[in-house]
Design a protein around this ligand. Sequence first.
Ligand code: HMG
Ligand code: MG
Length: 306
Amino acid sequence: MTSFPKQIQITEVGPRDGLQNQAKPISTQKKIELIDALSQTGLKTIEASAFVHPKWVPQLSDADDVFEGIQRVDGVKYTALVPNERGWTRALAAGVDEVAVLTAATETFCQRNTNTSIEGSIQRLLPIVEHATACGIDVRGYISCVIECPYEGPTNLSVVRKIVQRMLDMGISTIALGETIGVAVPSDIRRLYHALDGVLSPSDSVLHLHDTHGNALACATEAMHCGVAQFDSSCGGLGGCPYAPGAAGNLATEDLVSFAHEQGIETGIDFEKLVSASRVIEKELDCNLRSTAYRTFQDAQTRPSE
Ligand code: HMG
Ligand code: MG
């Protein structure tokens, strides 16, 4: 077991993964307000939206307007999910700093999520990687269902290994491993990195955890012991995937940041500013965000003094 890293990098995926599954419509202006507030927290990368088919994910059909409206802050990278060449053209016009392409480790999820097979999704992302690289735009490659699939059950890790290898071979330097349905326990994370030994080192990977069973922070902790230092998380713990029924939100950014700071791990993020950003969306959704660290902080603010 290695010790904790000195610092971790967090990509905030709330505006994309967090908002793609909300039943309540959220105005473009509110999304912009959320991203602008997140831009003031010290976060260095924000996945701001997705240039996906508007009928497949109507919640993010305003991605172009969101990118048009945000106040970009120097030093912050604004990224977006892009599933195909049409999405790439839109993303390029919107001025994204990085695109995230996607595939999955199981056929059924890939089909339900992107209307094609694993091979079909890889063929789709080849020209995107080529164009993006030519334009000097970074590419991240998501692989969903690295632990378990909502349709097929536990994932064959040798498939994850093969897809990682193919993505690296095609020049994708950042691989994000998606625990899409939030059921992993720490030993699953150790098994995953063991299965990737010699292909992808933990320190080069990004871990994207959902938190359905409440073990995402424990999984992140185990991942840090394996050498992982890059994580995705969403403000307040917003999230879920419309094509992963029952999956809850991502690991909450507040929970990850609070834990990291208590352990002396640097994140570069101002916790109180992060809470303020989450408050924007909590008010709009008229719900209680599920992040424990967020709730604890909020409750302490509103508790009457003795
Ligand atoms: P399709 O229907 O097979 O697309 O969808 P198509 O190529 O057949 O095109 C049909 C029509 O849609 C055409 O228009 C296209 O131009 C248009 P027509 O010629 O008929 O007038 N079209 C588009 N319009 C705007 N933007 C586009 C676009 N693409 C086609 N990008 C597609 C295939 C991949 C587009 C669709 O399946 C899709 O958008 N899927 C995305 C689903 C999604 O966003 N899921 C959630 C995100 S993934 C996730 O949450 C997991 C992750 O967080 C990691 C983890 O947790 O594991 C990343
Ligand atoms: Mg996700």
